[in-house]
Ligand binder design. Structure first.
Ligand code: MEV
Length: 441
């Protein structure tokens, strides 16, 4: 295609070469955009090189706010939690819930399991029992051959935990060997995928050896499963109902507790509400997952599958009122790492982990689950009392004012003016324009 905006050999161009091609083809103001894109490069060339290495065709950096939520007390330990998120009010909500629960016993987090899963998928023309026979008969051989890959993990207390053959009536002739792993402090994707690929070759050769041409065997794929229903952590808070107050919005602690519990029940029974409810939980979880260099897509995918484990998508959190005690808790799958991946490579991920006291993977699971629960508590508390727009609007106002490059004095006047008015980009702009015009006149 002549004249189209496609290119071959793009990845071979230098960083500047890539930007040059992009700005010339996709921007109206190439020189300015070139200057801007390069202005986001880090001054520290070594660090920039590390960042560039995380992905492909890297041309610049996309900056996000790095925030902190202090006053988290989790299992009796105080934490200042790093959060990377672009949405206003999330960090304020987490901090406020952390402080609220700090004086009511803090958060309790318990790891319920750490098992990860990987699958070797294949087609085989024989019965399931034949596969089970090969798996069992050559168990010691497979273990020995996989030793070079499992040895280090075993020294750390992990490794392969088990394997089972699975079949699916919907797909006759298709089987999988599902393996379970303990990957200790690493998220484990590389470990699991390496083992699976090695194992698949060993297994295929043993099947061929056992049945010499009697059955058809074909490997389909080997990959970990991001669904980790046995790598789960429980976070909870509880206190006597009488201690819940004072509550904003002029409600008694009991009225608040009952309304809160009903809001959670609604998210348990209605997938539309459950999705938004759980989204609020992931506002907290994802931002710490990102800050610590973990894989937020894997974490989200697992959580949403877990939320639908009985066939309907439901709230991850639950609320109970028993004997005048308010209990709010959540079980959530969190397959995290504190070694490997980006955790020590990304300069800020390293600092995030340091801020958290260099936790191991289980401790990080406990912290992140507590932040998810705090976020959920803050969101539902606002929803059933004052509504969320008030808080959001405050942040929205400051974002718009920053965009309009408002001075300190303009900021002050705008905050005063909008304290009882609806904030929109247009209304703020009109207000600032009027201020500026009056000043000129
Ligand atoms: C907004 O990012 C999150 C909330 O919508 C969560 C919720 O509705 O529970 C406030």
């Amino acid at each position: 295609m002549k004249g189209d905006k496609t290119i071959s050999g793009f990845s071979k161009l230098s960083k500047r070469g890539k930007i040059k091609w992009i700005v010339e083809n996709f921007f109206k103001d190439p020189e300015n955009v070139m200057r801007e894109m390069t202005s986001y490069w880090l001054k520290n060339e070594e660090q920039q090189k590390v960042l560039d290495g995380f992905s492909e065709n890297t041309i610049s950096n996309f900056t996000m706010p790095f925030s902190v939520a202090p006053n988290f007390v989790i299992n009796g330990q105080p934490y200042c939690v790093p959060m990377v998120i672009e949405e206003s009010s999330v960090v304020a909500a987490a901090s406020s819930a952390a402080k609220y629960w700090m004086s009511r016993g803090g958060f309790t987090s318990t790891v319920l399991g750490v098992k990860k899963i990987g699958q070797f998928h294949f087609n085989f023309s024989g019965e399931k029992s034949r596969i089970e026979y090969v798996l069992e008969k050559h168990k010691a051989y497979f273990e020995k051959k996989l030793k070079p890959y499992t040895e280090n993990m075993e020294k750390r207390g992990g490794g392969i935990l088990g394997s089972e053959v699975r079949d699916f009536p919907e797909e006759p002739g298709y089987y999988q060997i599902q393996m379970t792993f303990d990957t200790c402090d690493s998220m484990g994707a590389n470990f699991i995928n390496t083992i699976l690929e090695e194992f698949s070759t060993l297994f295929e050769s043993k099947v061929k050896e056992e049945f010499s041409g009697l059955y058809y065997f074909e490997t389909i794929m080997c990959i970990l499963s991001n669904y980790t229903p046995e790598c789960v952590v429980r976070a909870s808070v509880s206190c006597p109902i009488a201690d819940l107050g004072p509550i904003k919005g002029g409600v008694t602690p009991r009225q608040f507790a009952e309304k809160f519990a009903q809001a959670v029940r609604i998210a348990e029974i209605d997938p539309y509400r459950a999705t938004t409810h759980n989204k609020g939980i992931y506002n907290g979880i994802d931002s710490v997952v990102l800050a610590t260099g973990n894989d937020f897509r894997a974490i989200e995918a697992a959580g949403h599958t877990y939320a639908s484990r009985d066939g309907q998508y439901r709230s991850l959190s639950h609320c109970l009122i028993e004997d005048d005690i308010f209990h709010f808790y959540m079980d959530v799958p969190l397959a995290l790492g504190t070694v490997g991946g980006l955790t020590k490579l990304h300069p800020m991920a390293k600092r995030s982990l340091e801020m958290l006291g260099n936790p191991n993977a289980q401790e990080l699971m406990q912290i992140i689950a507590a932040v998810g629960l705090a976020q959920n508590f803050a969101a539902v508390r606002s929803l059933v009392t004052t509504g969320i727009q008030k808080g959001h609007m405050k942040m929205h106002l400051s974002n718009v004012l920053n965009q309009l490059k408002a001075t300190e004095q303009e900021f002050k006047l705008a905050v005063e003016h909008f304290s009882n008015k609806i904030v929109s980009h247009r209304s703020v702009k009109e207000f600032i324009d009027t201020l500026r015009n009056t000043k000129k006149a």
